[in-house]
Design a protein around this ligand. Structure first.
Ligand code: 13P
Ligand code: SF4
Length: 385
């Protein structure tokens, strides 16, 4: 069941994010940049290794430590911060990330930071969200190829056509979209607040029917939670669409008593069969609060490592799918981004201002705990446009 979804990146066959990029790749990457595992580097990084020692083998650490030390030095010198999404590999997430979390938490941080430079350790739409909220900052993405199948599924022109077809129906857009798409939307949401935003929009527009784009599965899952009629788009997350209800049945047979947690980008049958579902932040919170003896996270692979690093007594079973876009972000990519100040996110001001309105509406809603999706619900149909 363990799967790698982007073999061209150099996957070694095991479901191991480090295998894709390669520890030895990091070692030669450090050497190519004139960085070595010296006593000084060791002194600067020993405490950081403590955070990841359960998930990064000691033999691998000398490959990462020189880059970690150099990145942290550069951050201080340049007044930069790194916003690290939950899907980053652990040496990025725990050792150079200043703020860690799901896409909602990172958006809040981007809006609040005093730093001059934001390096987004995540994918392109997340960096755009940071720039939308913090236009005066320099926002860098270490690899421009770090996209997202959901963001790629829809354009601003598509949204204009949808609005023509359904005039007056509020448009709720998942943050996993380009700034152009956000600019055409009434309000954005993340998987942490999708149901709350849909309920809010239905009240605000006095309607029982909303447009929710572009994730078809998230739309169906939100419809099942809220009972609100949804007009949806046919976008899919290429990582989460691969999980099946059969996977869960197999897991329960092989690992009796296992607790199955799923991200709401998974198909509705998976949500019905899981024990708990929610955003990456909600999944992490579940493990922290409940401490299940044995757990599986039906989401991107690095998430389990990052949660496991902080919950060493929990047994993680790890059939997972790698996100090839998230895995474009590497320590050496972050190092180069900070050193050479690349790749800067630029959004036309007219687009940014309209997109910000939609993101601001989301951020202005009452702050609540990441909302869990109730599992076991019957799948609900949506109107696909
Ligand atoms: P979260 O909002 O749960 O962090 O999810 C973002 C994402 O890209 C999931 O695939
Ligand atoms: Fe996009 Fe899916 Fe990757 Fe998240 S995991 S960034 S939704 S492709």
């Amino acid at each position: 069941m363990a799967r790698i979804i982007d073999a061209p990146l150099g996957a070694g066959g095991a479901c191991d994010p480090h295998a894709m990029h390669g520890t030895w790749g990091a070692l030669s990457a450090a050497a190519a940049r004139g960085l070595a595992y010296t006593d000084e580097v060791r002194a600067k990084t020993d405490a950081l290794y403590e955070n990841v020692k359960h998930v990064v083998p000691a033999v691998e650490w000398p490959a990462y430590a020189p880059l970690v030390a150099a990145i942290n030095d550069m951050k201080r010198a340049k007044n930069a911060i790194i916003l690290a999404h939950n899907y980053m590999t652990s040496e990025i997430f725990w050792c150079v990330g200043d703020f860690r979390g799901d896409s909602l938490a990172l958006a809040f941080k981007a809006a609040q930071t005093d730093a001059a430079i934001i390096v987004q350790a995540g994918v392109h739409f997340m960096a755009e969200t940071s720039k939308i909220l913090a236009p005066e900052k320099t926002v860098l993405i270490p690899d421009l190829r770090a996209g997202c199948s959901l963001a790629a599924s829809i354009t601003g022109a598509d949204v204009r056509l949808i609005k023509q077809k359904f005039p007056g129906v509020p448009v709720i857009t998942y943050v996993n979209t380009s700034a152009d798409v956000k600019a055409e939307s009434d309000v954005t949401c993340t998987s942490s607040n999708a149901a709350a935003v849909v309920e809010w929009a239905a009240r605000e527009w006095r309607t029982n029917r909303v447009i929710f784009i572009p994730d078809e599965y998230l739309a169906k899952n939100v419809a099942a939670q809220t009972g609100i009629k949804i007009i949806a788009w046919h976008g899919r997350c290429e990582v989460h669409e691969r999980f099946t209800a059969e996977d869960i049945a197999e897991l329960r047979t092989s690992y009796p008593g296992i607790v199955v947690l799923a991200h709401p980008e998974c198909p509705p049958e998976v949500m019905s069969a899981a024990d708990f579902a929610g955003s990456t932040a909600a999944l992490q919170l579940y493990v922290e609060e409940k401490h299940p003896a044995k757990v599986v996270l039906l989401t991107e692979c690095s998430m389990s490592d990052n949660v496991a690093a902080a919950a060493p007594t929990v047994d993680f079973i790890r059939p997972c799918n790698l996100c090839p876009h998230m895995k474009r972000i590497t320590l050496e990519g972050i190092y180069d981004a900070l050193k050479e100040m690349k790749h800067e996110i630029v959004i036309p001001e007219a687009v940014r201002v309209r997109a910000k309105q939609a993101v601001d509406r989301m951020l202005a809603l009452p702050k609540e705990k990441p909302r869990a999706f109730e599992t076991g619900r019957q799948p609900v149909a949506v109107e696909l446009v």
